[in-house]
Design a protein. Structure first.
Length: 173
C-alpha cells in the first residue's frame, strides 16, 4: 500500500491510498472507465467499452502476473485504477490495462503513483510492458512517454481493442 499526499487548490493536504482492488470496487471502477470513455468519444466497439469483464476486475486480476490497483481518497472514494495483465502467447510481456482516473484527481499525482505501483508489480513477472490507447488521448500519451514507453507502429498481438490506434512498449529493466 502507498499513501500519497498532495495539496488541493486551497492549500489543504489530501491523502490517497493505492491498494489492490476488492470485490466492492468493481462497479465503481466500471463507472469510472465508462465515464472516461464517454469523455474521449471512445464509448463504442473496439475499446474497453465492450469488455465483458469491466465489472469483474477483482476476479480477472486475481492470478499471479495479473493485478489491478485502485486509488481511493481519504473518504474511501475510489478515484481511479490501473491493471497489469498477462498477454496470452507472449511470456515475457504484460499489458498496462484500464488506466483511468476521474477528472477531479488528474494532475494531482495520483496517476503517477498508480502507474509506479503497476510497473513495480509488472517487473516481478515480465521484462516488457505493452499498452494501447487512442490518438485523441494526447495527455495520456505524454504521460506514458514520461515513464519510458516508446511508441511502436504495429500491435504486438491482436486484442479486442481494435479501435485503439496508438501503441507503446516499455522495457522493464
Amino acid at each position: 500500500m502507498n499513501i500519497i499526499v498532495h495539496l488541493d487548490g486551497k492549500g489543504e493536504k489530501l491523502k490517497y491510498l493505492i491498494r489492490e482492488i476488492k470485490k466492492e470496487d468493481n462497479k465503481i471502477i466500471e463507472k469510472i472507465i465508462r465515464d472516461c470513455l464517454i469523455e474521449f468519444g471512445a464509448n463504442h466497439e473496439g475499446t474497453a467499452w465492450t469488455d465483458p469483464n469491466l465489472d469483474k476486475f477483482s476476479f480477472v486480476y486475481s492470478n499471479p502476473g495479473n493485478k489491478y490497483f485502485v486509488a481511493e481518497d481519504e473518504n474511501g472514494k475510489v478515484v481511479g485504477g490501473v491493471g497489469i495483465g498477462k498477454i496470452d502467447g507472449i511470456e515475457d510481456t504484460c499489458e498496462l490495462q484500464k488506466m483511468y482516473c476521474i477528472k477531479e484527481v488528474r494532475g494531482t499525482g495520483v496517476s503517477h503513483k498508480l502507474i509506479e505501483k503497476a510497473l513495480e508489480y509488472a517487473k516481478k513477472y515480465y521484462s516488457k510492458c505493452y499498452l494501447e490507447t487512442l490518438d485523441n488521448m494526447i495527455g495520456a500519451q505524454k504521460f506514458y512517454e514520461k515513464y519510458g514507453f516508446k511508441r511502436i507502429k504495429n500491435p504486438i498481438i491482436k486484442t479486442e481493442h481494435f479501435a485503439c490506434d496508438v501503441r507503446y512498449l516499455k522495457n522493464l529493466d
